[in-house]
Design a protein around this ligand. Structure first.
Ligand SMILES: [Ca+2]
Ligand SMILES: [Ca+2]
Ligand SMILES: [Zn+2]
Ligand SMILES: [Zn+2]
Length: 193
């Protein structure tokens, strides 16, 4: 979680004042009883009401709760805005851990087949070979996947490029948020990694 936390803080620092204000307003809206901290109940209610139910997973809440005191203060919720913004809610297909930092993803499922969902694994499940997946699967960590996807996107015919970029936008780890799919699309001549 530390990587994503650092990215979130950096991201927040660059937000314009009105966006920071709206982050504070969201915090107040989430804090129903006004005690200055967000309980799991308040968290779940807020996300459910704002059509973000996929992020109500208690594992995400526990990951956000850096000091483990069972509630979120404002600093801890910054990471939530970042996750919401990047739509990054990935779970290990094997042990269901919330994938907060580096993870592995099957390259074939990620890039080659539009109809299947991505197959993502935490480092422990991938390293410990605790999963069963198609025999020829090639796994890449999300950073490698991002750079490899870029080469693929640039090689793809113009009409397919948008789909490839859409996939790339899903690898919204630290690098993904800095690069962004729009930036990738418009800066095809400079190198990312
Ligand atoms: Ca509260
Ligand atoms: Ca806390
Ligand atoms: Zn796992
Ligand atoms: Zn696969």
């Amino acid at each position: 979680m530390e990587g994503i936390r650092q990215a979130a803080v950096a991201y927040y620092e660059h937000l314009p004042e009105e966006k920071k204000k709206s982050a504070e307003d969201s915090f107040k809206a989430m804090d129903k009883n006004g005690d200055g901290k967000i309980s799991l109940r308040e968290y779940v209610d807020y996300l459910t009401n704002s059509n973000n139910a996929v992020f109500t997973h208690p594992k995400i809440f526990r990951a956000l709760d850096k000091d483990n005191n069972g509630s979120l203060d404002f600093g801890e919720t910054i990471v939530l805005y970042y996750i919401l913004f990047s739509r990054r809610a990935l779970f290990c297909k094997c042990c269901d851990t919330f994938l907060a930092d580096v993870y592995f993803s099957c390259f074939q499922c990620f890039c080659l087949d539009e109809s299947t969902s991505t197959y993502d694994l935490c480092c422990a499940c991938y390293g410990g070979k605790r999963f069963t997946h198609h025999d020829d699967a090639i796994f890449w960590d999300n950073y490698t996947l991002l750079s490899q996807s870029r080469s693929l996107a640039l090689k793809a015919p113009e009409q397919n490029r948008r789909n490839v970029l859409k996939k790339i936008a899903m690898i919204v780890q630290v690098t993904g948020i800095v690069v962004g799919s729009a930036a990738l699309a418009s800066s095809s001549s400079c190198s990312i990694m």
